[in-house]
Write a protein that binds this ligand. Structure first.
Ligand SMILES: [Zn+2]
Length: 106
């Protein structure tokens, strides 16, 4: 049990270092909730749509919890992370040139 506590502590430590909200870290750690996570479901259903509606968090590694995904725009999600981020580098900014001309890849 102590071991699991240590893992959870490490998860929160890393998540907070990256600037992720506690609610998202907690939900990420809950396998049942993660299985029905709205953001992941959206990726499965229509990845292209997610890439276009959430270009900044798409591929960033951040998985917003259900509540945050529904409540905030892509920009707002990143803004919240950047405000709390301790990591010296800013939240990753990926270029997705392939999504600017849909149809090319899809
Ligand atoms: Zn959240």
């Amino acid at each position: 049990m102590g071991n699991e506590d240590e893992i959870i502590e490490a998860m929160f430590g890393l998540g907070r270092y990256l600037g992720y909200p506690d609610c998202c870290i907690r939900e990420f750690w809950d396998f049942e909730k993660l299985a029905s996570n709205a953001y992941k479901q959206a990726l499965f259903t229509d990845e292209r749509q997610v890439a276009q509606s959430h270009p900044r968090i798409y591929l960033s590694g951040y998985i917003p919890c259900n509540a945050c995904f529904r409540a905030y725009t892509d920009e707002e999600l990143v803004e919240r992370i950047e405000q709390n981020r301790k990591h010296p580098e800013p939240f990753p900014q990926y270029e997705h040139p392939r999504y600017e001309s849909p149809g090319e890849r899809w």
